[in-house]
Design a protein around this ligand. Sequence first.
Ligand SMILES: Cc1ncc(COP(=O)(O)O)c(C=O)c1O
Length: 378
Amino acid sequence: MREEALPEEEVMRILEEMRSKDLSYGRFFSTMCTLPHPIAVRAHQMFLETNLGDPGLFPGVAEIEARTVRMLGELLGCPDAVGYISTGGTESNIQAIRAARNEAGIKDANIVVPASAHFSFDKIGDLLCLEVRKAELDESLRVDLESVRRLVDERTVALVGIAGTTEFGQVDPIGDLAALALQRKIHLHVDAAFGGFVLPFLDGEWAWDFRVKGVSSITIDPHKMGLATIPAGGLLFRGQDCMSALETETYYLTKARQASLTGTRSGAAAAATYAVMMHLGQKGFRETVGYCMELTRHLVTGAKQIGIEPFVEPVMNVVTLKVPDPAGVREELMRRDWHVSMTREPHRALRLILMRHMTHENVDLFLRDLGDICTKSG
Ligand SMILES: Cc1ncc(COP(=O)(O)O)c(C=O)c1O
């Protein structure tokens, strides 16, 4: 650190220079985050210095968080669900599994997750000293129930189902997992970090949330399809008992007990989440999801026209494409300033997320480049 002060304008100049190196969302197909809604930015700025870790000092933002949790609970079929606004899907998943483990009180425990689970579950295994057992997927890349059944034993403290897998956007058979969880008296956590703000607004009925008896907790991220500012995650439990299994005494704060993972935590993202949910309402989210799904169909139709098939038919706004050499094609796309990612082996494909920031025009330009690259390489 410098000894002498640097004038504010000089510091700002350095920051602006660095900021100009950041890429902008317009050509991102690889991210599950997007530009926050303008009202989220306003709300975020308004609550910048608030600390939800000490709610007695900030009762206003604490009430906003409580109202947000209630709205999320309503959206997920359980208005009385309890929870909090976390920093994102990783924290929510950690906390859900930690609660399940604490509640079960079993030593040398394990959890059973789909092979498609987000890498946050590998961190969880490490952090909580749990064995993470990975169940196989069926041909539609949803978890195979028989494989889950085989992996469960008397030390299993949680099953995990995913509603919107990171790589393929698939929805696991949550009803079947829930039946197994109820039969074996095991916690079922649903990771809907991405799908939580998509599935409720798609046409058709999806049984995946608290309406399914046996679902104990859900991760749902406002900073993905919820259009809130980063870092906004959501963690909900069906009942207080499970959430209480996370509590520690705080001894110097305004609230005697705390269930969140972090101590000090910003109220800004909670306010941003609240603002977007209130402002858009279900109607606004239906329009947003409708727009992303329209782009998804446009991309898939265009890809098929140039001879490229999807790896699986998309359920939500996550598209995977079968191309001859995914790594080579991706490299060439990146060279042309398109930001795309790839799925893991053994299901290697090009992966594209159609978020709110994407436009029809850019999808068309992308398809033109993709067709050109594949023709040259094929
Ligand atoms: C299904 C799923 N769970 C968890 C996460 C982790 O979320 P975060 O990056 O907000 O910690 C992601 C991230 O993409 C995800 O897709």
